[in-house]
Ligand binder design. Sequence first.
Ligand code: ZN
Length: 123
Amino acid sequence: MTKDEQQKLLESLRKEENEILSELAAFAKKDPNTEDGFIVPFPNEGSGIDENAREIEEFERLNILKNNLVTRLRDIRSTIEKIKEGTYGQCETCSVEIAPTRLKVMPVAKFCMDCARQKPRSA
Ligand SMILES: [Zn+2]
């Protein structure tokens, strides 16, 4: 990957970072005391049984959304760090160069195809 391409990637990652932060700000609160830095306030739609059920459903939905966004945010930030350090595109497990075609579809990939196959739930 050329310097120019890395610069473009860096810009698009920063843009996405900001988009995620504003998405999070729409329903979650920053909380430095929690592990992922954000909490979802419990929604309050009323005290009826229906309303309570809706609140719980909404709360769960928002927490799943928050977890997805925070995970994405972490991937983006660690990718930004790697670009800065000059280690971008290296597999975190075996240090091999990750295939450019893989990075194209998944710019935040941490592992090469071989290692990713052994870690089915990681990028
Ligand atoms: Zn690897």
